[in-house]
Design a protein around this ligand. Structure first.
Ligand SMILES: [Fe+2]
Ligand SMILES: [Fe+2]
Length: 220
């Protein structure tokens, strides 16, 4: 279901991400994170986070398939990961969580075409997705920026590990990687369910989901 973001909403999400990036304590990580966001701002503004239309039948996983969907997803994942991470702040590195959450899907700027709602085929998927996917491309983008910073190899690979293993099927070796990966799954799965009419079979999961009796009852 389309719910394209307005330019104002995109700016708000983007500024929200800059705010989260500004919380990173490590100077190198903070500057890499803010530089990548600024360098990829235009790319981030015109893409969805998933694929749509005919591709939906080929892959059972798709979410935020609308203009601005990538920004919407990255913002939600960052907020969820940050909130969860704060519960364990003495035991985990919040810098890794914030950096990983903000940049986990940066590779999607290269594997999804620019959103075009007038496109006859509602696919915003391009060829490289099928061959190397966004995880590999995202790692390459981030590594290039990290290589210009004065950080140890060990730390560099810890940072890259969060991005490299963010998909739910990949083996993770750090608590921070679990937090980012679960935040990613929560946003993708919940968005998939609430984007379609409930009290009906969801076309993505081929399962029945109920609508709650009193949605929006709480004022947050
Ligand atoms: Fe991803
Ligand atoms: Fe994601």
């Amino acid at each position: 279901m389309l719910k394209n973001l307005s330019n104002k909403q995109k700016e708000e999400k983007f500024n929200g991400l800059i705010n989260y990036a500004s919380k990173i304590n490590n100077k190198s990580l903070k500057s890499v994170c803010i530089n990548i966001l600024n360098d990829y701002k235009e790319e981030l503004f015109c893409r969805g986070a998933g694929h749509d239309g005919i591709e939906m039948n080929k892959y059972n996983r798709t979410h935020q398939c609308f203009d601005g969907g990538l920004l919407d997803h990255i913002y939600n994942v960052t907020k969820i990961a940050y909130d969860v991470g704060c519960n364990y702040e003495k035991q985990v590195d919040m810098d890794l969580i914030l950096f990983g959450a903000i940049l986990h899907d940066i590779g999607k700027t290269k594997i999804f075409d620019k959103w075009n709602e007038n496109s006859e085929i509602k696919s915003n998927l391009n060829y490289s997705y099928l061959l190397v996917d966004h995880v590999y491309i995202g790692e390459k983008i981030v590594e290039e920026y990290l290589d210009k910073e004065n950080i140890s190899e060990k730390f560099k690979y810890q940072v890259l590990h969060i991005i490299a293993t963010h998909m739910d099927t990949m083996n993770k070796h750090m608590a921070e990687a679990y937090i980012v990966s679960y935040a990613d799954s929560i946003d993708a799965d919940v968005e998939n369910i609430i984007s379609y009419p409930r009290n009906a079979i969801n076309p993505i999961y081929n399962q029945y989901y109920y609508e709650s009796e009193n949605p929006n009852k709480w004022k947050i």
